[in-house]
Design a protein around this ligand. Sequence first.
Ligand code: HEC
Length: 135
Amino acid sequence: MKILKNISAFMILFSLMMLVSCEYEFIEIAAPTPPDPNDTTIDTVSFSAEIEPIFAASSCTNCHSNSGATAGLNLSAGSAYNSITSNGLVVAGDPDASKIYYYPNPVTGTHNTKYGSNDDADLIYLWIYQGALDN
Ligand code: HEC
């Protein structure tokens, strides 16, 4: 009897130890944090001054430019807006449905080349959220 008691005490203790020793490790991927769209202090993003330079800085124009519009997409300054809209790559007001935002996204995108930084993606997000203006 005493042995049985000891065994069950040990089993209980052992189960408790198993319970508390379980540690879950989540691998977290930092998603880009878009600026708060309701923040009225945020200025309207300028496509020509802020968005077009991202395409050059992120090497997009190596493949999508005046000199070679791979996949029919031309992201050179002056041509980018018309090309993006005519290819249906932007849904004004809905960045998550806009391929120009999600496809080359540095964290979640699946394109071979991605935007250089999360800040770039955030700015594109905001530009689309604000109505994807040609400004
Ligand atoms: C090395 C060449 C190359 C570079 C650099 C490149 N792309 Fe592409 N891109 C392609 C090719 C090839 C396709 C078509 C096949 C595919 O979807 O991957 C494409 C397709 C796309 C599409 C989808 C077009 C559609 O009609 O569905 C988008 C959007 C796009 N690229 C944006 C970008 C952006 C933004 C960058 C810069 C961050 C970039 N690409 C850099 C080669 C490139």
